[in-house]
Design a protein around this ligand. Structure first.
Ligand SMILES: *Cc1c(COP(=O)(O)O)cnc(C)c1O
Length: 296
């Protein structure tokens, strides 16, 4: 199904006691259902990189990421699916974990490099770039091709919304969504929830990717201490939401963005009947490193 590059993820209306009590209809764009391993926005971000690599007859995908990266496993599986060999430079000392073990199952070759070498990877990048057989994809799959794929989150929608909510790490997904909204839905507000501390940088990143930010509202107070940090309140929220809806979310990205949405609905920020879309950006393999945090 993935090979023709045309899978549309479902858009589902979700029943939850909060949405009912406040009379706010909430739909989820289920990008988590795109694929179990090439999941969510990581597929969106890879799509046009893969197409370009195919057109240029490149044989190898080389990328970068942290040891729990959703992008690494997506690239590993996409490589195996589309007939590319894959290699990744992993930040930090050599470790074993379920995400990296699955990357290896998909045939990905892993090179662990120190945090310092990882930060200063331009030389390595230049050397790799000189090989015409290699398609280089940066950390998290960022870049202008990635925004083209993310625009399709909006162009695929079957109805219009007053508000769209999405988590942000690098802001690439937000940039794609904002670009599409500027073209086809200028009245829709885009609510972006940075999962890192000091998330104001997201607006700059979006501008670098040629996205207009006039429809964007940043909610920078939902990082819960920083990237991959959690609190008991966030973990309880994630657990309750999963049990109440049957939709799996995780605390690194989707849990924080959805927490922000629920807080705003609770605070009556929206009028009854305003239509809201939450973009489920997937990334559920990230949960594998966090399951023990839910035990108390
Ligand atoms: C990577 C990721 C994000 C962040 O996407 P950016 O384009 O880097 O902002 C959001 N949600 C999930 C589930 C992710 O895996």
């Amino acid at each position: 199904m993935l090979k023709d590059f045309s899978f549309h993820s479902p858009e589902q209306k979700i029943t939850h006691p909060l949405y009912i009590s406040k009379d706010i209809p909430v739909w989820f764009k289920r990008d988590d259902m795109i694929h179990p391993f090439i999941s969510g926005n990581k597929w969106r971000k890879l799509k046009y990189n893969l197409q370009k690599a195919q057109q240029q007859h490149q044989k190898h995908l080389v990328t970068f990421g942290g040891a729990w990266s959703n992008h690494l496993i997506a690239t590993a599986c996409a490589g195996a699916s589309f007939g590319f060999s894959t290699e990744a430079y992993v930040r930090g000392e050599a470790v074993h974990n379920p995400v990296l073990a699955m990357c290896k199952l998909f045939g990905m070759k892993l090179h662990f490099i120190s945090r310092e070498d990882y930060r200063n990877r331009e030389q390595l990048w230049k050397t790799l770039q000189a090989n015409p057989d290699i398609c280089l994809i940066d950390e998290g799959g960022s870049g202008i091709e990635a925004t083209w794929g993310c625009k399709e989150i909006v162009t695929e929608l079957t109805q219009s919304y007053q508000h769209i909510f999405c988590a942000a790490g690098t802001g690439t997904t937000a940039a794609g969504i904002a670009s599409a909204l500027a073209e086809i839905a200028p009245a829709t507000q885009l609510h972006i929830v940075p999962v890192l501390k000091g998330g104001d940088f997201i607006l700059e990143e979006m501008k670098k990717l040629h996205a207009s930010t006039t429809q964007t509202v940043l909610h920078t107070d939902y990082h819960f201490g920083g990237y991959a940090k959690t609190t008991p309140q966030l973990l309880t929220f994630v657990k309750d939401f999963i049990a109440q809806t049957g939709i799996m979310i995780e605390p690194t990205y989707t849990g924080k963005a959805l927490f922000a949405l629920h807080q705003m609905i609770t605070d009556n920020v929206f009028q009854p009947h305003e239509r809201i879309l939450f973009v489920h950006t997937g990334g559920l393999t990230g949960l594998l490193g966090m399951l023990e945090r839910f035990e108390d």
